[in-house]
Design a protein. Structure first.
Length: 320
């Protein structure tokens, strides 16, 4: 399958991408909420629950995994990711190495050693796409142009190496939505970040049709209650002015928004696209918004397997 065909499959709304790439520290936070010990056995059982969900392929086109998950071998000597590949669900891999704090209270992507070799390894073992996340924090003085440029250069280098070696890169310049900033502020920051990111991607010679953008919605701060219709229209209008027309696709993050709001916003965005002549394929890559109800139902017990899987499908069915 060509990179462009992979992009189209991943962004084929109402199907989308399940982000199951939480690192060991992040999934501990999820497990702490349901009083489940953060052991490799429990992590494997939870991933197995997700990946073996009946009819998952009717709702999900791809799943982003963490390195531990990608390499996990089950008791029958099969690979955990084979549960996805057997369903014709594309497997992705988180390639970034997290974030570091800067002296001025911003975030900077950590380098990943031997990135070319890792990309080749994952391609050879069944991966079709990858993900790399940068994070930008809104305050009176941030994000700065210097910080955006440094992160954008790292994102562009990663994207180019992926496309050169047969992986579709998901480029994630997340804007943290925590706070009470207004619509003018998020529009300004979103446009500024995306302009620089695509400038750096072009400078590196990345083919825009072979990448997926994974952005935040253009939404006021999470402290403010917002009508999803407003967010959907603001996002389209803002993106239309800065995104390249030949961009392969978009897979939005939920960004801490409640699952019901995130899903409704995306459905409305796709509904309004024709009104604004916005033609970029637009789907989702949600993590918490899809998994929260499933986790709460599972609670670490094999007895709750079926009910937890039903909760996952129940949430996914809201996109239809």
């Amino acid at each position: 399958m060509t990179l462009k065909k992979i992009v189209k499959k991943l962004c084929d709304f109402p199907k989308g991408v399940l982000a199951a790439d939480e690192g060991i520290g992040t999934i501990k936070k999820r497990f702490d909420m349901i009083d489940v010990e953060n052991t490799q056995e429990n992590r494997t059982e939870y991933r197995k629950l997700l990946f073996s969900t009946p009819n998952l392929e009717d709702y999900i086109s791809g799943v982003i995994t963490y390195s531990e998950t990608f390499d996990q071998i089950l008791d029958d000597n099969s690979r955990l990711i084979d549960l996805l590949l057997e369903k014709n669900i594309l497997v992705g891999i988180k390639l970034d190495s997290g974030l570091s704090d800067t002296p001025d209270n911003q975030k900077l992507c950590n380098p990943t050693e031997n990135l070319d070799e890792k990309i080749k390894y994952y391609v050879e073992n069944g991966a079709s796409f990858a993900k790399w996340r940068a994070l930008f924090i809104i305050s009176d003085n941030t994000p700065t142009k210097e910080n955006i440029e440094k992160n954008a250069e790292i994102l562009a280098d990663y994207a180019l190496k992926c496309t050169q070696n047969g992986l579709v890169p998901i480029v994630e310049p997340e804007i943290l939505l925590k706070g009470n900033f207004d619509s003018n502020k998020i529009k300004e920051v979103s446009s500024f970040v995306l302009k620089i990111v695509f400038e750096k991607l072009r400078d590196c010679g990345v083919d825009m049709e072979e990448i997926i953008l994974k952005p935040s919605f253009v939404r006021q701060g999470l402290d403010i209650q917002v009508d999803p219709q407003v967010t959907a229209k603001d996002t389209i209008q803002n993106f239309k002015s800065v995104l390249p027309e030949n961009l392969g696709g978009i897979a939005f993050i939920s960004g801490g928004i409640k699952d019901s709001e995130a899903i409704e916003t995306l459905k409305l965005l796709n509904k309004y696209k024709d009104d604004f002549n916005f033609t970029v394929l637009s789907s989702y890559s949600f993590g918490r918004a899809l998994q929260t109800r499933c986790l709460q139902s599972w609670k670490g017990s094999v007895l709750n397997l079926n009910s937890a899987q039903k909760k996952l499908i129940e949430v996914l069915s809201f996109f239809k």
